[in-house]
Design a protein around this ligand. Structure first.
Ligand code: T1G
Length: 706
């Protein structure tokens, strides 16, 4: 059987009377155009060859098929389209079997659904995660899945984007057979032979009657609409998914396919797809730093922690959850007991919610050792200090680590702004010192800023990235400056918000505008949640070096001077009566703001929500450009990932720098120049932004490391 060389990503081979079609498109068998053409050629060949009685489709490597090739989105489509490929498979005159191992996601599962029979190995990950990319299944998935497993289960799969295991898929009827071995080829061939021996018919989903139990399916549709309206009101594609599934109930198959295609193209064109696809690739690109190329990380299994406070305990939970050993030291037994209690409290909470078993907690705690002696850290491979944010205190800790830790131990500081170079310079082994800036709560927040001092060795940085992956964190490489990437940029847009507040916008209007942009909370709500005293301490720390010409808004200080630190004190910018989690506006705060405006000689003016967001985002983008220009961040996408994973930036917008490209850099620069007329010192256009606009370039043009 001759084979067109252009289909080497799809290999055809006759095994007895079964045509074996192997997808071989590393790294994940994405359905690029060559794969699509190869599959159609294989099915045409199977139909044309009387020696072929059945077709078996499998994938090489660790996956069946990961889905459409996401890199093709936004480019001119190349035939055959994925729906056409699926329809061609389904139309095959001979039984087609899909044998799934690893990922069968998106278009990969749609290929399997177009086959007539499906077998899944125990490691199979079945899913339709297109919604996470701002899309929807666009190759028949919205029509075949409800016919196979009902609207409720189909909507759950498509709206959650989750991966379903083989057992659940089999129980639901998504797959017909579970693989018995770790040899998917053998299992698939055996299943194909069995189907032939039993004269199993060609079974097409398009011929299945619209799903049974119409009432239950109708109810599922309405429930999904209600849930979507509550949970993902700002997202575009979920409602399109529901509309397509509804068509599977009401229309014949081909009509349903037509509607699916129309809705899919609408999603493809939405800026949300561009933002979410950018986020998908960006969270993978951040793993690629100069130090992680061809540098072997140091082995680690035992992590030492200095300090059992909120951060130290949170980090300890993350490390224990990753299956590693933890030795925590504290200054005395009482403090150590508190640290241990912090950890147990997290686990007891999970047990109470049924998300952890007592046995699992016991297994984690069995890997925990506490001590009041630094010597207990001697065997640790990595030591993370999470003590009080004071340089002298940290240098004293590092002096002890220098004394007790074994050669080659990685010595990390969790400082959120102190100069890591100064810490490294204070001991005899500066090449082993790195910054690991966790975000609170450290066992939950995914972002981990890896702060790279001048003298650190590359393999220590590579070890930090490896530790981040082990802890299921998203690492972002950061240079040394006050606030690294996230907190430095936060200071800028928080200043913009404070100025708007003093100039006439209430904190409540600003928070509302920021929530409408897609954030879960606005900046003043965040301040009340984190504790206003933290920002107050930072402002007092920075007061000595603050430019006397710089505008300084004192409203936050007036609020903190009253001890109104936010939720933990029952009031901050908002009132939290009886420990309420949702605050209510406080007339006394508004009076403070009025008094501060009077003191500053400001006549308040109104702001529209649109003006608020233009200023808020201009400040964020401008400082982000400075952070990239000064090489604190490697690329604009590192700033994006920082804000997606550490600061609640709405994922469908891709991050501040992606958003800036969407708005257009000339417009952002024009805004900054307009605002500079009021406050030239604060609104200084970043040199990088000016340069990109002059060259007609955007931030994305800087996202590939040279
Ligand atoms: N297209 C292109 N590249 C992809 C890809 C894809 N679908 N999936 C992964 N990659 C790249 C990824 O960027 C990385 O590249 C490398 O492969 C390894 O990925 C019509 C429209 C399959 C579970 O959403 O969930 O089908 O960094 O690090 O941890 O209805 O990749 O090496 O250069 O993630 O082993 C729907 C997305 C698409 C699945 C494997 N499918 N992928 O995880 O490896 S839309 C998805 C994943 C669609 C149809 C619609 C994961 C994985 P690089 P990785 P992994």
């Amino acid at each position: 059987m001759s084979q067109d060389p252009s289909t080497e990503v799809v290999v055809r081979e006759l095994r007895g009377s079964v045509l074996l079609v192997t997808i071989n498109n590393p790294p994940v068998n994405a359905l690029g155009v060559a794969v699509r053409r190869g599959i159609v050629a294989a099915i045409d060949a199977a139909d044309a060859d009387s020696a072929v009685q059945a077709v078996l489709i499998i994938g090489t490597g660790r996956n069946f098929i990961a889905g459409a090739d996401i890199r093709e989105f936004g480019k001119p489509p190349l035939p055959p389209s994925l729906p056409d490929v699926c329809n061609r498979i389904e139309a095959c005159s001979k039984p087609v079997v899909a044998a799934i191992h690893g990922a069968a996601l998106g278009g990969g599962l749609e290929i399997a659904l177009a086959a007539h029979y499906r077998l899944a190995a125990t490691d199979a990950k079945l899913g339709l995660p297109e919604v996470l990319l701002g899309l929807m299944p666009g190759a028949g998935g919205t029509q075949r899945t409800p016919r196979l497993i009902g609207a409720k289960a189909a909507l759950d799969l498509m709206l959650s984007g989750r991966h379903m295991g083989a057992e659940e898929g089999h129980a639901l009827g998504l797959v017909d057979r579970l693989g018995s071995s770790n040899d998917i080829l053998a299992d698939g061939l055996a299943y194909a032979q069995e189907l032939l021996a039993t004269h199993a018919p060609v079974r097409r989903m398009r011929d299945a009657h619209a799903v049974s139990d119409r009432q239950a399916n109708r109810a599922a549709i309405e429930a999904a609409r209600d849930e979507t309206a509550k949970k993902s009101r700002t997202l575009f594609s979920p409602l399109k998914i529901i509309e397509a599934v509804e068509a599977a109930l009401d229309r014949d198959f081909d009509e349903g396919l037509l509607l699916e295609r129309e809705l899919f193209l609408q999603c493809l064109d939405s800026p949300q797809r561009a933002g979410l696809v950018h986020a998908f690739f960006a969270e993978r690109e951040v793993l690629k730093a100069p130090e992680t190329r061809n540098t072997k990380p140091r082995a680690f299994n035992h992590v030492g922690l200095v300090g059992g406070g909120t951060m130290g305990a949170g980090i300890a939970v993350a490390v224990l959850d990753a299956g590693l050993l933890v030795t925590m030291i504290e200054r005395d037994e009482a403090a150590l007991a508190r640290g241990r209690a912090h950890i147990e409290k997290v686990y007891n909470g999970l047990i109470a919610k049924g998300r952890m078993t007592p046995a699992a907690k016991a297994a984690n705690m069995a890997r925990f050792v506490g001590s009041t002696l630094y010597d207990a850290l001697a065997p640790a491979d990595v030591v993370i200090e999470a003590v009080y944010e004071d340089m002298a205190v940290k240098q004293a800790v590092f002096a002890e680590l220098d004394r007790v830790c074994k050669p080659g131990a990685v010595l990390a500081s969790n400082t959120s702004y102190l100069d890591i170079d100064a810490i490294a310079a204070s001991i005899s082994r500066p090449t082993d010192v790195v910054g690991l800036h966790f975000f609170s709560p450290a066992n939950i927040m995914k972002l981990l800023e890896i702060v790279v001092p001048a003298k650190v060795s590359a393999d220590v940085v590579a070890t930090a990235f490896e530790l981040a992956k082990k802890l299921h964190k998203v690492p972002v490489r950061a240079g040394v400056c006050d606030g690294f990437i996230g907190n430095r940029i936060l200071a800028a847009y928080r200043m913009a918000a404070d100025c708007m507040m003093e100039d006439g916008a209430s904190p409540y209007q600003i928070d509302q505008a920021v929530r409408n942009f897609g954030y879960p909370m606005g900046p003043f709500q965040v301040s009340d949640l984190a504790g206003g005293d933290i920002g107050w301490a930072t402002r007092k720390r920075k007061a000595v070096t603050r430019d006397p010409r710089a505008r300084y808004v004192q409203i936050a200080d007036r609020i903190c001077e009253r001890g109104w630190f936010g939720q933990k004190t029952g009031r901050g910018y908002y009132l939290y009566p009886d420990g309420a989690r949702t605050g209510t506006p406080d007339p006394e705060v508004e009076a403070i703001i009025d008094a501060e405006r009077a003191r500053a000689g400001i006549t308040p003016r109104s702001f529209t929500d649109e003006e608020i967001m233009r200023r808020y985002m201009a400040a964020m983008i401008n400082e982000g450009a400075n952070v990239v220009h000064q090489r604190i961040a490697l690329r604009p996408l590192d700033v994006d990932v920082t804000f997606l994973y550490g600061y609640g930036f709405p994922r469908h917008r891709g991050g501040p720098m992606k958003y800036a490209d969407t708005v257009g850099l000339p417009k952002v620069l024009a805004d900054i120049r307009e605002f500079a007329k009021e406050n030239p010192l604060f609104w200084q256009p970043s040199a990088l932004l000016v340069e990109l606009v002059e060259h007609g370039a955007n931030f994305d043009s800087l996202n590939k490391l040279e």
